[in-house]
Structure formats: C-alpha cells, structure tokens
Write a protein of this length. Structure first.
Length: 336
C-alpha cells in the first residue's frame, strides 16, 4: 500500500501513476506522481514523503508541477535533498584534510544533516582547489582521492552519496542485498542481455606536441575485436599515464530486467541473478539504475545491472600551491 505524507496530511487514494527512480550516475532520486487535481492540491517547494507498506522510500521537495489540459490530470516531480548538492556551487581550497572534513563543511554550509560516512581518521589525503564546483562534485572529488589510496594497496573501493533516513550519507557501493535473489519463474518478469563495441577504445597513443611518447593497449581485446584507437596529448597541463589508462574502454555489457516490485532494489547495491538455462549470466551483478512503477495496483521494478562496480570520478584540478605536500601514512588505511 502506498501512502504519501505532507506535514500531517496523508493521501492514499489519489494516485493514477507513481514512479520512483534513481541511478548511480544521478546524484538524487526522483519521485513522479500523477493525480487528479480535485483529489489534492500540491505546490512547488513542499516536502513530501512516500511510504510503501509502512516503509519510507522517498523524502524530498516538489520541484515541478505539470497539468494535462486534455485529461485534467496533474503530475508533480520531486527530488530528494541530494538535489541541493548539485545546485549549489562553492569556492573552496582544501589542504591536508580528511574526506569527511570536506563532506562536513559542504553539508553544513547547505544546512543539510550528514549521516554516516567511511572511517577516515587522520587520513588527510585531500589537497585540492574547488573553484565553481558543486557540493556533489566536491564531495566526490574528496572520496575519489580516498578511493585512490586504497587502489595503491590493491583494494577496490567505490563510494556514492545518497539521501537516506533524511540525511546525506557517503556509502560504499556494491553491498550485497541480504536475502534477495532474482530468479526466472519466480520474481523475474522479463530480461534482456546487451553487449556492444560501439564505444570501445582498446589503444591509446600518448604524444607530446606531435611526438609519440607512449602507447597503451589492451592486446587481448585488439586480437578479438580489432583496433579502436584514440590519441591524447601529455604535457605539464595535461593528463598523465595513469589517466591515459582510464581512457581504455572494454566491451559494454549490461542486463535490463523487469521484476516483481521490491523497494529494496535500488542503485548502488548488488544482487544475485539466477537464470534457468543461462549459466553464463548467473552470479552477482551491480544495480546501476532502478525505476519503480505503481500503476493500477500493480507494482513492477525495472533494473539495469552491470558487470562491474564503478564510481563517478570527478576530475580534480591540480593545486597551484607549491608547498611540499604531507605524505599519507598508508598504515592508517584498514586492509581487507
């Protein structure tokens, strides 16, 4: 059962269509509700909260209202408060601070409560300017640096910013959903597998003013699919070899499916997939995007699953500060 709350008011019989969605590439979750105007009146800027079977699944502010003149149906669109992180730009310069210090500063300036975040005691890895960057970009810059520290220890970490329990939270992506398995003939309605080489890059030629200085390639990929090459300039104002490696792009693969509605299936988590007669697609996959539909008392969840756990990396500007940077003590980072 769906219940929408606005302050002390509750609505549960006004919905023609409800859509709640989110993705790893979008900073905030979206709620769209179509309703008859005679049943209720909503205004931009109002805060609403949606409950499904007594569980709060969305809290946010109405940012847009539309009216269909032919049907007299109204629709409002609401975003959770991560939206505010994307709509406010800052001018900041950080020097030898922890990622959580960055997050605390940005959220406090916006008057948003900060909930949980990864432990980073004394790991002062953040030294960067943030000029004209949004709050979301700044927080992700800090946690990109934190992620890179773990990468140097061959530990993969992926972080995302989510609005949960009415707070901003920085969470580790890819956590396995407890007790949920997506299975054919049980909770999967339909499923499609997709792969493409259209965006593949398997060779990067690095040059300096036209002189080739390095070549980076995925030899196995080239042998299978042929060469897909790009070039990049390397100089004091451009990218380094590590950044060049990031330009290599493998085969795009994803799975899209519709399943029986489940409000726990949201982007950033991982979920096991068990398909009959498709052993190659059995395993744990990462939820890249989710859309939950309620129409005519039917609840369906549409998912896009990926094979890799990825993070939205924000490009970090190099500081003009010429002072010697403090070294990071890697012993402070917890191993696994």
């Amino acid at each position: 059962m769906l219940v929408l709350k606005r302050n002390e008011e509750s609505f549960n019989n006004i919905f023609e269509r409800v859509v709640c969605s989110g993705s790893k590439t979008t900073a905030y979750r979206t709620l769209e509700i179509t309703y008859l105007h005679k049943e209720a009146t909503f205004n931009t800027g109002e805060t609403v909260e949606l409950f499904h079977d007594g569980v709060s699944i969305f809290t946010g502010d109405i940012v847009e209202i539309r009216k269909n003149m032919a049907t007299n149906m109204y629709k409002f669109i609401a975003y959770d408060n991560n939206f505010r992180l994307t709509k406010n730009e800052f001018i900041e310069n950080f020097t030898n601070v922890t990622p959580s210090t960055v997050a605390k500063l940005i959220t406090s300036k916006l008057g948003l409560p900060l909930g949980s975040y990864p432990k980073d005691d004394d790991i002062k890895c953040c030294t960067f300017p943030a000029i004209g960057k949004t709050g979301f970009e700044i927080i992700m810059m800090a946690y990109t640096l934190f992620k890179n520290l773990y990468a140097k220890l061959n530990i993969k970490k992926v972080y995302s910013v989510v609005w949960d329990d009415k707070k901003i939270n920085i969470v580790e992506s890819g956590t396995l959903l407890d007790g949920i398995v997506l299975e054919t003939q049980k909770n999967i309605i339909d499923i499609e597998y997709f792969e493409s080489i259209e965006n593949m890059i398997n060779k990067v030629v690095v040059h300096d003013n036209g002189e080739v200085i390095d070549t980076l390639e995925n030899s196995g990929n080239i042998e299978r699919f042929g060469t897909f090459q790009t070039t990049v300039e390397q100089n004091k104002n451009s990218i380094d070899t590590v950044e060049s490696f990031k330009m290599l792009k493998d085969l795009d693969r994803k799975i899209t499916l519709n399943v029986l509605g489940n409000n726990q299936l949201i982007s950033g988590y991982s979920v096991p997939l068990k398909l009959k007669n498709e052993d190659s697609l059995n395993g744990v996959f990462y939820i890249d995007s989710d859309t939950h539909y309620w129409v005519n008392n039917e609840y369906i969840t549409e998912l896009t699953l990926t094979f890799e756990n990825t993070m939205t990396d924000i490009e970090i500007e190099k500081s003009e500060n010429k002072k010697k940077k403090n070294a990071v003590d890697y012993s402070l980072i917890e191993g696994e």
